[in-house]
Design a protein around this ligand. Structure first.
Ligand code: XMP
Length: 518
């Protein structure tokens, strides 16, 4: 039996840095399980969590601010290794009797650091050599606490890294978690493996094993309902639960008539025919399109779709009998957003496809992916044998094509958009860009333009093509795809989609635009 990842975990206390999630990413990439908790987590809770080491994140505050975040000082008496990063290091210094100097100047950007001690944190590094690190701080360490020694220095931060080796307390002024610190992963790995003595154990295979067991224990013989959209998160949730509880899982796919071409069919093929999951397809196209008739306001569209979705879902669930649980594909970033004390960055996203469902239906939630980042979910999907095409799928909004048809949604306009959308995706795939860009899709505009086809004047629809690069959908840039690819998309749409005589490319970034047009 291999090592249980849950016995090898690291606790990250969040002091509000925009990089806290990155620390977690790096730790997980080193195959160590970790969780982010708010800085004020109680000592009892920390002891109950029982990590092998603690990382104190950076944060925007100065230790001298009146409302500066302080963790429980007891963390230094647990006998556990602690690594303080930036503010975390300053907090450690302040608390242990050192002096943090308030500095008027912010040091921000690349810095050159000289390592003076090549043990522990800098195990495997060349002594006295220079290393590039990323700094972003105002205050700095003026006097280290008793028992600490400087391990490295830079021009602006004489104590760029420090340690009390006997107690296994470490501090770094720079950010090892960001890509601008090229050797950052090695430094973090030294903390995890050499200092905390963790063993790499966080793999998606181990996650699947543990989660399947945990789900069986939690759910017993109860029935679970899962809304399946064909997106990555709900797909992986469904397959994982199916692995755990088999036929006690029932999935519902509501075809709202706003899906892309052939999408509902594909979901049925994979989940019902391949996995043998109890899947119920509710064809509600007419109902949705009926309710959306004449509606042009984007928010109104969203509300109607949300309402009808809940209605359809509830009705089907009632037909299926008494379920106690609703499965949802909540991911770790959503969990962190709701527990972090300030959150890593401003939240713009407020979309939840099944928002309101659990309350309305009086169901308990089961969220097997709530510990995972998106790329980990994809790995789990691969582990469970889901087709790569599905696992690597670009995000698709809950309200579907409704928010990509500007103006009224009619069967004719839906059909135009569906055909154009197939072409955009097809050409993006042919060009090898599908997994490189964040999203690529077509939008149908509410205007007509004049064109000429053969000898005839035309007066027809315009399709906008939207391709964006992004890391998390919070910000996005329009993608600089090759002109040839744009050209092929445009030619194919105009030549084969009846009713379209013009194609334009959207060159707006988010902010101030958004990814979707509505
Ligand atoms: P925006 O348009 O806000 O989109 O820049 C950010 C990301 O969220 C998706 N999106 C939605 N997803 N329901 C969803 O489930 C929605 O109402 C919704 N609106 C936008 C969008 O596709 C992008 O990935």
């Amino acid at each position: 039996m291999d090592v249980d990842f849950f016995a090898e975990k690291i606790l990250i206390l969040d002091f509000g840095s925009q990089y806290t999630q990155l620390i977690a990413r790096r730790v997980r990439e080193a195959k160590i399980y970790c969780e982010i908790h708010p800085f004020n987590m109680t000592l009892e809770a920390i002891e109950a969590f029982s990590p092998k080491g603690i990382i104190l994140s950076g944060g925007p505050a100065s230790i001298y601010d009146t409302d500066a975040p302080f963790a429980d000082a007891g963390i230094f008496d647990l006998g556990m290794p602690v690594l303080g990063i930036c503010y975390g290091m300053q907090f450690m210094t302040h608390l242990r009797g050192g002096v943090v100097a308030q500095s008027g100047d912010r040091e921000y950007g690349n810095a050159t650091m000289t390592i003076r001690d090549d043990r522990d944190l800098f195990h495997g590094f060349e002594k006295d050599a220079e290393w590039t690190v990323w700094m972003s701080h105002g205050d700095r360490i003026d006097q280290m606490p008793e028992g600490f020694e400087a391990l490295a220095g830079s021009k602006n931060s004489p104590v760029a890294a420090m340690a009390d080796t006997s107690r296994r307390f470490f501090g770094v002024q720079f950010h090892p978690e960001v890509a601008h610190t090229p050797e950052g992963p090695k430094i973090l790995a030294n903390f995890l493996f050499h200092i905390c003595g963790c063993e790499p154990s966080w793999t998606m295979a181990s996650f699947v094993r543990r989660t399947v067991e945990a789900m069986r224990a939690q759910l017993g013989n109860e029935r679970v309902i899962c809304g399946l959209s064909g997106g990555v998160d709900s797909s992986v949730t469904a397959v994982l639960l199916h692995e755990a509880i088999g036929d006690n899982l029932s999935c519902i796919l509501v075809d709202n008539g706003l899906l892309r071409k052939g999408e509902a069919r594909k979901v049925v093929e994979v989940f019902q025919e391949y996995y043998g999951i109890d899947l119920h397809l509710v064809d509600a196209s007419e109902l949705f399109l009926g309710s959306l008739k004449g509606v042009t306001d984007p928010e109104e569209k969203r509300k109607i779709i949300g309402r009808e979705f809940i209605r359809c879902f509830e009705k089907k669930a009632a037909e299926l009998g008494s379920a106690k649980y609703l499965a949802q594909g909540t991911l770790y970033p959503d969990v962190i957003e709701s527990v972090s004390f300030k959150g890593p960055s401003a939240t713009i996203k407020s979309h939840h496809n099944v928002g309101g469902l659990p309350e309305v239906m009086n169901l308990k939630l089961v969220e097997p992916l709530r510990e995972l980042f998106k790329d980990e979910v994809r790995e789990v999907g691969i582990e469970l044998g889901l087709p790569r095409e599905l696992v690597m799928r670009q995000p698709f909004p809950g309200p579907g094509l409704a928010i990509r048809i500007l103006g009224e949604i009619t069967p004719e306009r839906l059909s135009i958009l569906r055909e154009a959308d197939v072409i955009v995706l097809d050409e993006i795939k042919i060009a090898g860009l599908y997994e490189k860009v964040w999203q690529s899709f077509a939008v149908l505009l509410p205007v007509r333009t004049v064109g000429v086809m053969g000898d005839e004047r035309t007066y027809e629809h315009v399709i906008a093509v939207r391709v964006v690069d992004s890391l998390d959908a919070m910000t996005a840039d329009w993608s600089k795809i090759p002109y040839q690819v744009m050209g092929r998309i445009s030619n194919r749409i105009i030549n084969s989609v009846k009713g379209v005589n013009r194609v334009v490319y959207d060159i707006s970034s988010k902010p101030p635009s958004t990814i979707e047009w509505e």
